[in-house]
Design a protein around this ligand. Structure first.
Ligand SMILES: Cc1cc2nc3c(=O)[nH]c(=O)nc-3n(C[C@H](O)[C@H](O)[C@H](O)COP(=O)(O)OP(=O)(O)OC[C@H]3O[C@@H](n4cnc5c(N)ncnc54)[C@H](O)[C@@H]3O)c2cc1C
Length: 347
């Protein structure tokens, strides 16, 4: 295939994953980002294969996990950076029933890749409140979001075109397929919640969900596992931890709040009474959808205009493989699965 010129709007995890796949296939990309990142930069970046609330496997996790591991580790080599960090997640049980459910599922072949069988040391684990015992999740990890975004953007700026600017929709001509009079074979919008101003996709049902995290420091909380109950405590090195996160629906205001800090600090008390100091607080807005599935696809009237959005609370888990599927849809005409495609909105 002849080399194509691709314009990508937005350099969060979505835009960067899309850019990487086009570059790997030999195409030329221009990535424009306003720098008002709403979500990817402050995300904890955790990859947890288990949804604890319902004790189920995360959607399509058997496909996403192996793919994301090779995607991030390959990308690390290319950027000469380290941002993919395997870490055990330890779930502290809240009730006897929760423990029993884990025991029931740990022997089930459907779960065996992700749940460690409970041991005596899990029951005796004393680095957090452990009234009902605790279980370890296998194959969990996190992406250090700030290192990921900084190093991958640097790599893109060295090999392709990265521009810090806000795309002016009035400068896009969808018929001529130009932006500021420059031709692009395809224009892909990866704007997170900012899509609400996009004239081609502003009716997409992407809902804003505010989330806050704290960064704390403590010399008493364990650093080799991420603890989870009501909240997560994720060790990020140098006796620092990310803790979160909150969920507030239907707001575009991403200011940090006193209520967010109080909620997270209350949730910490369910895990530990170790002393800590809060050193930072962040807020971001997740691009969520009601059916918890991404919104990906091509504009019904313009075959050169596309959207990649709606990754919700799991952008770092979903983006690598879904970006591959999107790029194959654009370049090879492969059909997108109805579950992720914007075509599901058309009655
Ligand atoms: C508190 C919190 C914790 C989270 N924790 C996790 C986690 O542990 N694991 C996980 O996988 N996910 C997590 N997430 C979710 C994750 O952050 C999102 O799924 C992901 O960031 C969505 O990425 P995105 O690239 O689609 O959108 P965004 O990150 O919002 O990026 C969109 C980009 O587009 C740019 N943009 C928009 N409009 C324009 C325009 N007109 N011109 C130029 N640029 C534009 C913006 O500047 C921005 O940089 C968390 C989110 C929050 C808020």
């Amino acid at each position: 295939m002849e080399q194509q010129k691709i314009l990508i709007v937005g350099a969060g995890i979505s835009g960067i994953a899309i850019a990487k796949h086009f570059i790997d296939r030999g195409h030329s990309i221009t990535l424009i980002d306003s720098g008002i990142n709403r979500s990817s930069i402050i995300a904890a970046g955790m990859i947890n294969p288990i949804v604890f609330r319902r004790m189920t496997k995360s959607w399509r996790v058997d496909e996403f996990l192996p793919y994301l591991e090779s995607f991030y580790t390959q990308f690390e080599k290319e950027c000469n950076a380290s941002f993919f960090i395997p870490i055990t997640i330890r779930r502290m049980f809240s009730t006897e029933q929760e423990r029993s459910l884990w025991v029931e599922k740990q022997g089930d072949s459907f779960f065996k890749d992700y749940l460690e069988a409970l041991t005596e040391s899990d029951d005796k684990f004393d680095a957090a409140f452990n009234q009902f015992g605790s279980g370890r999740v296998k194959k969990s990890s996190y992406i250090s979001a700030s290192i990921f975004l900084e190093s991958t953007k640097k790599w893109i700026s060295q090999n392709q075109t990265l521009i810090k600017d806000t795309v002016d929709y009035n400068e896009i001509d969808p018929v001529l397929s130009t932006y500021k009079n420059n031709f692009y074979n395809h224009i892909i919008f990866c704007e997170g919640v900012e899509v609400r101003d996009n004239p081609w996709f502003q009716n997409m049902p992407i809902n804003p969900t505010l989330g806050e995290t704290l960064t704390i420091t403590s010399d008493r909380i364990i650093e080799n596992e991420s603890l989870n109950r009501k909240c997560f405590i994720l060790p990020i090195g140098n006796q620092q931890f990310k803790v979160g996160s909150t969920y507030v629906w239907d707001t575009y205001n991403s200011d940090i709040t006193v209520a967010g800090k109080a909620e997270i600090e209350k949730n910490i008390t369910y895990l530990t009474d170790s002393p800590y100091t809060v050193i930072d607080q962040h807020a971001g807005i997740r691009p969520t959808t009601l059916d918890r599935r991404p919104l990906i696809g091509t504009h019904p009237s313009f075959s050169n205009i596309h959207i990649f959005n709606g990754l919700g609370a799991k952008g770092y888990m979903l983006a690598p493989l879904l970006a591959k599927e999107m790029v194959e849809h654009i370049l090879d005409g492969k059909l997108l699965d109805k579950e992720i495609s914007i075509s599901r909105l058309i009655k």
